[in-house]
Design a protein around this ligand. Structure first.
Ligand code: NAD
Length: 435
């Protein structure tokens, strides 16, 4: 099939590349000219494991194209996926301006039956809004489908190719049939396609992300309580997680969730509820607790070092989680801001995300080229992201290079006994303080 993808961010570029790998011919459209030029030259503008290989294979195979011109793409395809940003507006609601702007353009450009497939995360009722907008511009038949995306950054290619489910919300048989064809290779391989109406499909995405954010936050509260009563959250986690009704994923406590999805989706669902007179009390608490959790280690560092003015703090990890360069709503940014306000000096290390952080923080902090340079002369080390390379450090190098043997671990990476043997002051989340 000939498919157009509008928006080549984490969702659009991965979806487009993977759909090309399933044999479709895919035209990716983006308004960012720099990005499109890069992609035309065979360069992937985001970091995502496996993406480059699949991307290059499909460019070479003549199935993946890039353009800034929507009309050029629409001339050869009548299935258009929207993978556009839906950032939080000032009041927390999802900003639909990107989606509606492109929908309007599609309405103006359409010359034959077109299927508009919305992959962006959008509030309930958006399919209807998109439909009405296009309808006001054209007499040509079309359908709008909700097909929310569930891929995880860091595992995006793997997730797209092996989805636990594909959700399709539509109200026309023709639309369902086209969606069946698009995803045939995945459903043939065993992926489950769940068909429903557009509103339920749109809400499925928000409900899933909000539930996961709640699960993480619940565990963070249990961790905070563990510290008060001397329980060990890792043991509690293993005990709880072996109950199949609970499951062992998303039970890891830490310095809060971040990223481009959970924070904005929780906010947007709260706002959507308010619009119809419903208060999501659980989600309001989730937001509040998560905000507090993000910087929970800063007072702990202060407790250990006293006044932070001119103290040298090392930060391992800037991305909001491992395997991504995404720093949107990352806990690292909030921790750094708080430390800078207290006069601390910061040297940070992240193998992938530094480029994005530099755009925001510039030279307010130093950037190390590796994890050991980062801790040279440090009065304390804070671990923010669970990158694999931080999991088994040479503690003897840390002992030699750090000014104080003090680690504040926001991801519970280390064994308590081992840190005790090495004589570190070790503060993690929901576990015994080693000192
Ligand atoms: P992103 O910010 O990484 O990418 C969006 C892209 O759209 C950018 O390249 C931007 O230049 C482009 N764009 C903006 N306006 C455009 C226009 N008028 N025409 C063409 N291109 C335009 O966004 P993302 O992370 O890929 O997210 C896209 C949507 O998918 C959001 O609604 C998000 O909530 C949802 N989602 C994201 C993830 C994720 O892990 N990132 C997962 C599932 C769902």
């Amino acid at each position: 099939m000939n498919i157009t993808i509008v928006g080549t961010g984490y969702v659009g570029l991965v979806s487009g590349t993977c759909l090309a790998d399933l044999g479709h011919s895919v035209h990716c459209v983006d308004i960012n000219e720099e990005k499109v030029t890069l992609m035309k030259n065979g360069q992937v503008p985001i970091y995502e494991p496996q993406l480059e290989e699949v991307f290059l294979r499909n460019i070479k195979g003549g199935r993946l194209f890039f353009t800034t011109d929507l009309s050029e793409a629409m001339r050869v395809s009548n299935v258009i996926f929207l993978a556009l940003p839906t950032p939080p507006g000032e009041d927390g609601s999802a900003d639909l301006s990107y989606v509606l702007e492109v929908a309007g353009q599609i309405g103006d450009l359409m010359t034959e039956y077109t299927l508009i497939v919305n992959k962006s995360t959008v509030p309930v009722g958006t399919s209807e809004k998109v439909y009405n907008l296009i309808k006001s511009k054209t007499q040509i038949p079309f359908d709008v489908v909700s097909n929310p995306e569930f891929l995880r950054e860091g595992y995006a290619v793997e997730d797209f190719m092996n989805p636990e489910r594909v959700i399709v919300g539509a109200s026309s048989q023709k639309a369902f049939e086209i969606m069946d064809k698009i995803y045939l290779s995945l459903t043939n391989a065993g992926a489950k396609m769940i068909k429903m109406d557009e509103k339920s499909s749109e809400l499925t995405k928000y409900a899933s992300n909000s539930f996961l954010a709640t699960k993480i936050t619940f565990m963070n509260e249990i961790a905070n309580y563990c510290e008060k009563v001397g329980a060990d959250v890792d043991k509690v986690r293993l005990g709880m997680g072996s109950d199949q009704r609970i499951g062992n994923r998303f039970l890891f406590p830490g310095v809060g969730y971040g990223g481009s999805c959970f924070p904005k989706d929780v906010k947007a669902l709260i706002k959507s509820g308010k619009e119809v007179g419903y208060t999501f009390e659980i989600l309001e608490s989730v937001e509040e607790v998560n905000q507090r959790q993000k910087t929970i280690l800063v007072p702990e560092v202060e407790k250990y070092l006293g006044n932070l003015k001119n103290k040298q703090i090392a930060i391992w990890g800037l991305a909001f989680k491992e395997n991504t360069d995404d720093i949107r709503e990352a806990s690292s940014l909030e921790i750094i801001e708080m430390l800078l306000n207290k006069g601390a000096k910061i040297r940070a290390y992240d193998s992938i995300a530094v480029k994005n952080v530099k755009k925001i923080l510039g030279n307010k902090i130093e950037y190390a080229i590796n994890m050991y340079e980062c801790i040279e002369g440090a009065d304390a080390l804070i671990i923010v992201t669970e990158w694999g390379e931080f999991r088994n450090p040479h503690f003897d190098i840390l002992e030699k290079k750090m000014n104080n043997k003090a680690i504040f671990d926001g991801r519970n990476l280390y064994n308590l006994d081992e840190l005790q043997i090495h004589g570190f002051y070790y503060k993690s989340i929901g576990r015994k303080l080693i000192n």
